[in-house]
Design a protein around this ligand. Structure first.
Ligand SMILES: Cc1cc2nc3c(=O)[nH]c(=O)nc-3n(C[C@H](O)[C@H](O)[C@H](O)COP(=O)(O)OP(=O)(O)OC[C@H]3O[C@@H](n4cnc5c(N)ncnc54)[C@H](O)[C@@H]3O)c2cc1C
Length: 452
């Protein structure tokens, strides 16, 4: 590769020279398609990088990283931009969108998937389902595989199969010097350990995932009008104390806005809901759900489904959205924490939020996720002027749960730059050493960086 430029100088023609070297695209401000290329899934974030690279293959990734280093620029890898709010400034940065590296190859003989780093969970779930296999995926089909696993990754198979990162067998990547690497427990093992703890001082180009034999799972939701919230939340709390690890569930308060494109039964309505995924046969499911069904839900959508349909259960929007979320990892799901959740969920300020929820953790997530439950609040910001009210409501919800907080925060649910000590805990010093060794010039710009 020959893009010879004096270090630290960035005349526009060097970026044009870089563009000419790529099989994929490099967009600069003002180019046709610039706004689409820089747009994150999280629409409240306005990304203004120096350029956007959309590599067509691994060679392109290596060329971009090598050139950026020579130009004195950083490279921010991004798949969907769900976590765009966690990135620092994109000044002097090439945003590298992985959207074209989206191949998914299933090896049914060993039950694995090799997944390009631009793939989202919907891609993997659909391909795996063809072989009666399931991935430890996120709850939303639109979430990127790589960003999800780098944040641990907790979905509907969490309590039964662990975190998303626990299913990662190997990683292919380009490092900050443009070298193509294979990373697993044997090769570049320090990087593998770092990736498992949530850092990526490399550009991931593909991951190999262990899939799990699973053709069908019971899942869905039970819903009641909001005035049943106290009964339902307390009943759910008692219920999760008795269920096996084959049950992953959450309780939530939902307030749907009066939008015309919502189904009439939801439009402008408020509910308390329990959503669950259960590995069991119909008889066992009926026995397990009996205590909740005794509360006479007005909606009961629990049914057997292929795992690829799990992404419909939580009802996350399939398209880019402007949202503001706050989370608190709860050390222990005590009576006091549940009462705190109920008070916060029913507080008038929470009327500005679409959903507040408590996700039951534990099971196979223990001890890697150091808490019993995750409290999460999210509101849609329909117009920029609504942002202060939605943000204040989400923050008030999180403050109310703070007395019950674990010392750690969950990376995937920390939507803006957070305290690295809380995100990485006692791993932080070791992770800083790994980043300093692999990317001493900090060419790779990651969300929630460990170095300043
Ligand atoms: C609607 C919605 C639902 C969600 N549901 C869940 C859920 O059920 N469970 C859960 O655990 N989380 C969930 N999340 C959180 C989500 O997992 C994180 O936001 C995650 O970081 C998104 O990954 P991404 O690749 O889509 O995002 P991106 O913003 O594209 O990437 C996030 C970060 O990952 C790193 N990264 C991405 N690609 C690469 C790469 N190729 N090489 C190196 N680093 C890379 C970068 O640091 C990047 O800033 C949800 C988020 C949303 C918005």
């Amino acid at each position: 590769m020959s893009i010879e430029v004096p270090a630290g100088i960035l005349p526009g023609e060097h970026l044009h020279a870089l563009r000419a070297r790529l099989r994929g695209d490099l967009l600069l401000p003002g180019d046709d398609g610039w706004d689409d290329a820089r747009r994150a899934w999280q629409l409240t974030v306005d990304q203004n990088p120096t350029a956007v690279a959309i590599p067509a293959d691994v060679d392109d990734v290596a060329i971009v990283v090598t050139a950026a280093r020579r130009f004195g620029l950083r490279v921010a890898p991004q798949s969907t931009g769900h976590a765009a709010g966690a990135l620092r400034s994109l000044d002097d940065t090439i945003l590298l969108r992985t959207s074209r590296l989206r191949d998914v190859d299933i090896d049914p003989a060993v039950g694995t998937a090799r997944v390009g780093s631009g793939a989202v969970w919907g891609d993997v779930a659909a391909a795996a389902a063809m072989h009666d296999l399931a991935a430890v995926a996120g709850m939303a089909a639109s979430v990127g595989v790589v960003g999800f696993v780098l944040g641990g990754g907790v979905g509907w198979l969490g309590r039964s199969h662990g975190r998303g990162i626990d299913s990662v067998l190997a990683v292919e990547a380009v490092d900050a010097r443009g070298r193509v690497l294979r990373i697993d427990r044997q090769r570049n093992a320090d990087l593998f350990e770092g990736l498992r703890a949530g850092i990526a001082p490399v550009i991931v180009t593909a991951v190999t995932l262990q899939l799990h034999p699973l053709a069908e799972i019971w899942a869905g939701g039970l819903m009641w009008p909001l005035d049943r919230a106290a009964d339902v939340v307390h009943a759910w709390h008692a219920w999760i104390g008795a269920v096996p690890d084959t049950v992953t569930s959450l309780v939530r308060v939902l307030r749907f806005p009066p939008l015309p494109d919502l189904p009439e039964a939801m439009r402008g309505q408020q509910f308390v809901a329990v959503e669950a995924a259960v590995h069991a046969d119909a008889e066992e499911v009926a026995a397990l759900l009996a205590p909740l069904r005794a509360l006479a839900p007005t909606v009961d959508s629990m049914r057997p489904m292929p795992p690829a349909e799990l992404a419909t259960v939580h009802g996350d929007p399939p398209q880019p959205s402007p949202a503001f979320g706050e989370s608190v990892l709860l050390a222990e799901l005590s009576e006091a924490a549940v009462a705190g959740f109920l008070d916060a969920a029913l507080a008038p300020a929470s009327g500005a939020l679409l959903s507040v929820e408590l996700r039951h953790l534990g099971g196979a997530l223990t001890p890697d996720v150091p808490g019993d439950a995750l409290a999460f609040a999210v509101g849609i910001v329909p117009v920029p002027e609504a942002a202060p009210e939605v943000a204040a409501a989400a923050k008030a919800f999180a403050r109310a749960l703070d007395p019950h907080a674990a010392p750690r925060a969950m990376k995937n649910f920390t939507e803006r730059p957070g305290d690295p000590e809380r995100i990485y805990g006692s791993d932080l010093a070791r992770l800083r050493t790994i980043v300093a060794a692999w990317d001493p010039e900090q060419v790779i710009a990651a969300g929630h960086p460990v170095l300043d």
